[in-house]
Design a protein around this ligand. Structure first.
Ligand SMILES: *[C@@H]1O[C@H](CO)[C@@H](O)[C@H](O)[C@H]1NC(C)=O
Ligand SMILES: *[C@@H]1O[C@H](CO)[C@@H](O)[C@H](O)[C@H]1NC(C)=O
Ligand SMILES: *[C@@H]1O[C@H](CO)[C@@H](O)[C@H](O)[C@H]1NC(C)=O
Ligand SMILES: *[C@@H]1O[C@H](CO)[C@@H](O)[C@H](O)[C@H]1NC(C)=O
Ligand SMILES: [Fe+2]
Length: 594
């Protein structure tokens, strides 16, 4: 069990203390200026031209999506970011190694994993104390067989795949009407007509290349209905269809084992979706937009300071992905069902849609999937992701309103900023960002910056980073693959063969734990601190400094609220049988981080 893991930790670089000055690239102390206010416009233009030449748009990494920086400056940037990342990596790997030792001892004492309960107990209770000191989300390990937990995960832990079925579209599959009337008190058609029927489609995963490595792994490519119950208004699962082999439709009326297996099969597909979509939606997009800025904005531009702050070690992630995750026979191939080739194909296939800039702004994105109306109202009893995400989004927007208005009192002031104008042109023309605004005014700039801050913090850490190890990636409910073939008939009696071996399980948890950055709380690298870093703030103007304090206070307030969450009399927390805390602004970083 340990040997597989040692391979992983042995790559850690030996770096010790965290050099604070590496947090930012700009060591300058002069106030940030827009071009028109720069006392030395010639030198500034020359510096911008030198950067334009020194950064080259090189080939994409991990599939065909955003360019990756090449050129003398590009390579220096990548090296710098890798050096920074390596420090965090050494820290987390040290923690994980200790934890693997402890959990290995617990497994040995228990004689391995003999029941499904062992997965939740032996693998987690009192374990991963160093790498995940927050522990698992309260409720997630005890309530995972509940339908409400499974369905509400679609409105919290991965809110990016669910959509409402429109009134007139053909139903993707049929469910026995006796079943729907018993489970939902209505027919599929009635639910659809009332706007209460929802769908998740993972059929496309059938076409992606699967791993060939041992141990043998399996999966379906499920599609699933969820619904709002006409009487209770609870959001619940209705059916899961396998779309492979025997093509079975599972429902809550099946035996407990069959239905749990169906949910496990769903979760295997969902894991692929959440982890791979985060790469495209956040890493690729932020890198592409930032590269356009590297080619056009001065290092002294206030917008550049902000972008750099959100891109600390940003160019390490895809290098690390190529090196350790998506390399042939790497961690991904060892653990997951779809292999690294399937991952790359997914990135290439989805970049033109998930990579779209404006279409993926928070409100349009969720409205397009029918989860909110045009006023931002949702139809659910509770929508945990939406509550926290919109509060953070509003925090960013308030900050950037002040920021943009303070640097550009009038539209004419902004129109006079040729660097910003060039950045917008560059983003579409050379960085090939899809759907970036073609022209700029103050409102557009506020939205562009709000989305950027939102993407690298909320967007990234909703799906990846430190939350999965204690929530959406916990065993036995959220596995990387099935370890026995998808059944041809219902009536499965034993779920154990479908679950990972102890060796696989520990490798998986260790891998997911290595994405945690819980120690960012200790040195002000969490989202609440995005703009209150002294050297950064010192270079920004007075109104921005004030807005940064407001951002800090309001986001700290949200963090306190999230940390105080507990269960009500019904055993629910904001309508969910576990505590949702993925977006705690004093836990998540203001950068993609990993
Ligand atoms: C990076 O740029 C250099 C110099 O322009 C070029 O020789 C090299 O082929 C490029 N590398 C890639 C991977 O494109
Ligand atoms: C969920 O789990 C928590 C912690 O184990 C428990 O207090 C709560 O009652 C459970 N909720 C439900 C609905 O079972
Ligand atoms: C899978 O690929 C085949 C062949 O290209 C295509 O006909 C089919 O529609 C694809 N299925 C999905 C679900 O994308
Ligand atoms: C974090 O910020 C607080 C003020 O907000 C400061 O007192 C503390 O020293 C900072 N910690 C580190 C490690 O920089
Ligand atoms: Fe990431």
């Amino acid at each position: 069990m340990r040997s597989a893991f040692l391979l992983f930790v042995s790559l850690a670089l030996s770096v010790t203390a965290f050099p604070k000055q590496h947090l930012r690239r700009q060591d300058a102390t002069l106030p940030a200026t827009v071009p028109r206010k720069d006392p030395n416009p010639k030198a500034r233009a020359a510096a911008v031209a030198a950067r334009d030449e020194g950064f080259i748009y090189g080939p994409s990494l991990i599939g065909q999506a955003a360019f990756f920086p090449n050129g003398t400056l590009g390579n220096a940037r990548t090296q710098h970011d890798m050096d920074l990342w390596a420090i965090d990596r050494a820290t987390i790997d040290g923690f994980v190694a200790k934890d693997v030792e402890a959990v290995s001892a617990a497994l040995a004492a228990n004689g391995g994993l003999k029941t499904i309960d062992d997965y939740a107990k032996v693998l987690y209770e009192g374990q991963w104390k160093n790498s995940n000191p927050r522990g698992t989300s309260p409720g997630i390990m005890t309530n995972y067989t509940q339908d409400l937990l499974f369905s509400m995960e679609r409105l919290s832990l991965n809110p990016y795949s669910l959509r409402a079925l429109k009134r007139h579209e053909p139903l993707p599959f049929q469910v026995d009407s006796k079943v729907t009337s018993k489970v939902a008190g209505a027919s599929l058609k009635q639910l659809q007509d009332d706007g209460k029927l929802f769908f998740i489609d993972y059929r496309w995963q059938a076409n992606l290349t699967k791993t060939q490595m041992e141990p043998k792994r399996y999966g379906a490519a499920v599609s699933a209905y969820f619904f709002i119950h006409p009487r209770t208004s609870d959001f619940l699962p209705l059916a899961i269809k396998t779309n492979t082999g025997a093509d079975l439709v599972y429902t809550p009326l099946d035996s407990a084992n069959d239905w749990l297996l169906a949910k496990l099969m769903f979760n295997v597909n969902d894991m692929f979706h959440s982890q791979m979509s985060h790469l495209v939606m956040t890493h690729d997009v932020s890198e592409a937009v930032h590269q356009a800025a590297l080619h056009t904005l001065s290092e002294d531009h206030p917008v550049m300071l902000i972008l750099e702050r959100h891109m600390v070690q940003g160019y390490s992630a895809r290098i690390v992905g190529e090196w350790l995750c998506f390399n042939p026979d790497g961690h991904w191939d060892q653990l997951m069902y779809i292999n690294n080739i399937g991952c790359r194909d997914y990135v290439t296939d989805t970049w033109p849609t998930l990579g779209r800039y404006q279409a993926n702004y928070l409100h349009p994105q969720f409205e397009a999937r029918g989860l909110i109306d045009k006023h931002g109202k949702h139809p659910f009893k509770s929508f945990p992701f939406w509550d926290d995400a919109t509060e953070i989004h509003a925090g960013y927007k308030a900050f950037f309103k002040t920021f943009v208005n303070s640097y550009y009192p009038s539209e004419a002031d902004l129109a006079a900023d040729h660097e910003i104008k060039n950045w917008f042109i560059e983003a579409t023309k050379n960085a090939k960002v899809f759907d970036f605004p073609k022209t700029v005014n103050k409102d557009t700039l506020i939205e562009v910056l709000t989305h950027f801050g939102f993407l690298v913090s909320v967007g990234h850490h909703a799906l990846n980073g430190g939350d999965p190890v204690g929530s959406k990636a916990t065993l036995p409910f959220h596995a990387t693959a099935l370890f026995a073939p998808v059944p041809e008939t219902k009536g499965v009696t034993d779920l154990l063969p479908f679950l990972p071996s102890a060796k696989q399980a520990v490798h998986y948890i260790a891998f997911i734990a290595s994405f945690n950055r819980q120690f960012y709380q200790n040195d002000n690298r969490t989202m609440i601190n995005a703009y209150v870093d002294d050297p950064l703030l010192a270079r920004l103007n007075g109104p921005t400094k004030k807005a940064a304090q407001t951002f800090f206070k309001s986001m700290k307030g949200l963090s306190n609220k999230i940390r105080a969450r507990t269960f009500d009399k019904k055993g629910l927390s904001n309508g969910v049988p576990f505590v949702y805390r993925a977006l705690d602004p004093d836990f998540i970083p203001f950068i993609c981080a990993v």
